[in-house]
Design a protein around this ligand. Structure first.
Ligand code: GDP
Length: 500
């Protein structure tokens, strides 16, 4: 549905004449049972009336629906329609709105839309309905952005989060705290007018309390982004391992479908394959990669480079190895080369059906003299295993046993994938930030508020404190759209579809 918008269109947003009446197809293009054309603006009802055979729409109450015909310039009926009437300000955009439900034929919809344009409407820009809703105070900017997210949501959790944000989400809280902060900013600025008299209108300890409160809210929101991002965009998950380790088999087992080509010949998964696995409403974007191994030919060189690139981007990495073929020292060397900060690593000991006596714990203590030499290709690793959890770190790689071919432990692996990204304490009811723009504004607001606190502690003059508060206010205002620029609006609404 997303349409490619030329950059100059996006830039032109705020320069648009927002007083005109706009029209656009509000349903997906193509054939359907019905197709809806939406109009918004002062003349929305008047324009429809000019081609409408039926009641006088202007005289109808808001939020009512009327049957009639659309009549072409030649006097012929184009379609039988239902017109929903919404009168300003009680509409999505805050303006007069008409929604004309036609039969869903692309021919009819084009004809009807052309008639409206002839009668004085102009074609809406992408996102212009929602932009108008924002400009008329029907929603703040973060709510408007949530409309796009809501439409794009493909899972229950991403839908829930977008819906909550559209209905106000954390903007209420930010708005309230921002207003309290504005109150303090004005008191401090008032002090500046009385500089010679050395008075203090703004109670410094109250201000400090408020700023600390706002900080803790902001930090909570910043922390929620990791989860928000997971919910909205899914988790890039890479399955990596040596050729023939069972990566494709594992991918198929997870997806329960024969998607990737499974083959006995080493190195056959030449390119990367991406599939989506939904676990409890979270989308894992599974990437099966060409094997990690010295590439034998040119095509494989590309495959292996791609593997490393995918590994770098992954939030979750499942390293698979064949318990018979790949020896402990080789596994540990692979793990060392793959481990990366910020990536959760799951080590899957595969083909356990071929060697049920294999002990995954050996990977943690490779120097244990009890491990038979057979399990080492060369020598026992001289240093501690990279899989041993570091005393200072809480997270350590998950170690699990599998038989990808028989489906053994696949449900358990799914549980591990889920718990690697969603920790127990996460509450999906609490406000969650899903938008990078909000995250950046929150981070900058937090920095400015740090400056305010530092200033108060060091007893700097009021004008500096006032300046830092103003800066924090501006960043918080950016989230709500109380401080917005043409570029920002163009950027946000330009990503919408036409008709939204
Ligand atoms: P890839 O190169 O890592 O993608 O490996 P494949 O998934 O193509 O698997 C290579 C071979 O190992 C195939 O013949 C699979 O049937 C076999 N294989 C994969 N998983 C298992 C397993 O758990 N047990 C056994 N016995 N064979 C497996």
């Amino acid at each position: 549905m997303q349409q490619n918008i030329r950059p100059e269109t996006a830039m032109n947003y705020a320069k648009n004449d927002l007083t005109g009446t706009i029209a656009a197809l509000a349903t997906p293009p193509g054939t359907g049972a019905i197709g809806i054309i939406r109009l918004s603006g002062d003349d929305a009802l008047l324009i429809v009336q000019q081609v409408f055979g039926g009641k006088n729409l202007m005289q109808q109450a808001s939020h009512t629906v009327h049957f009639g015909t659309i009549i072409g310039d030649d006097g012929q009926i184009v379609d039988e329609v239902l017109v929903a009437v919404f009168k300003a300000p009680r509409s999505y955009t805050g303006e007069n709105v008409a929604e004309v439900s036609c039969h869903g034929s692309p021919y009819i919809l084009r004809q009807v839309l052309e008639l409206f344009i002839k009668k004085g409407a102009r074609l809406a820009q992408p996102g212009e309905f929602t932009l108008r809703a924002f400009l008329h105070g029907k929603m703040d900017l973060s709510q408007a952005e949530a409309v796009a997210d809501l439409i794009a949501a493909t899972t229950k959790s991403s839908h829930d989060v977008a819906l909550r944000q559209m209905r106000g989400g954390f903007s209420h809280e930010i708005k309230k705290l921002r207003e309290e902060l504005i109150h303090f900013a004005s008191l401090i600025e008032l002090e500046l007018d009385f500089a010679e008299e050395d008075v203090e209108f703004a109670d410094r300890s109250e201000l400090k309390k408020l700023v600390t409160n706002i900080q803790s809210l902001i930090h909570g929101l910043i922390r929620s982004f990791r989860l928000g991002n997971v919910i909205k965009n899914g988790v890039p998950t890479v399955i990596a391992g040596r050729p023939n380790a069972g990566k494709s088999t594992l991918l198929n087992a997870l997806l329960n479908e024969e998607r990737a080509i499974v083959s006995e010949i080493a190195g056959t998964t030449r390119d990367t394959i991406e599939e989506v696995l939904n676990i409890n409403g979270v989308e894992f974007r599974l990437i099966d990669t060409a094997g990690i191994r010295e590439a034998q030919d040119q095509i494989e060189v590309i495959g292996v480079e791609k593997t490393m690139e995918k590994v770098r981007q992954a939030a979750l990495l499942v390293y698979v190895f064949d318990v018979v073929e790949t020896k402990i020292d080789e596994v540990l060397a692979d793990v060392e080369s793959l481990q990366k900060e910020g990536t959760h690593l799951i080590v899957a000991c595969n083909k356990m059906d071929n060697l049920p006596s294999y002990k995954p714990e050996w990977l943690l203590n490779p120097n244990d003299p009890g491990i038979p030499d057979f399990f080492f290709a060369n020598e026992r690793p001289p240093h501690p295993s990279p899989l041993t959890p570091h005393p200072s770190s809480l997270s350590h790689p998950y170690l699990i046993t599998l038989s990808a071919k028989n489906g053994m432990n696949i449900p358990y692996l799914k549980e591990k994938l889920y718990s690697a990204v969603i920790s127990e304490q996460v509450n999906l009811e609490s406000p969650i930030v899903t938008n990078v723009r909000h995250l950046e504004a929150l981070q900058k607001a937090a920095e400015s508020l740090d400056d305010v606190l530092r200033g108060l502690d060091e007893g700097v003059t009021s004008d500096f404190v006032a300046m830092d508060i103003r800066r924090a206010l501006a960043f918080l205002g950016e989230i709500l759209g109380e401080v917005s620029t043409e570029d920002l609006l163009g950027n946000i609404f330009g990503k919408f579809c036409i008709g939204k």
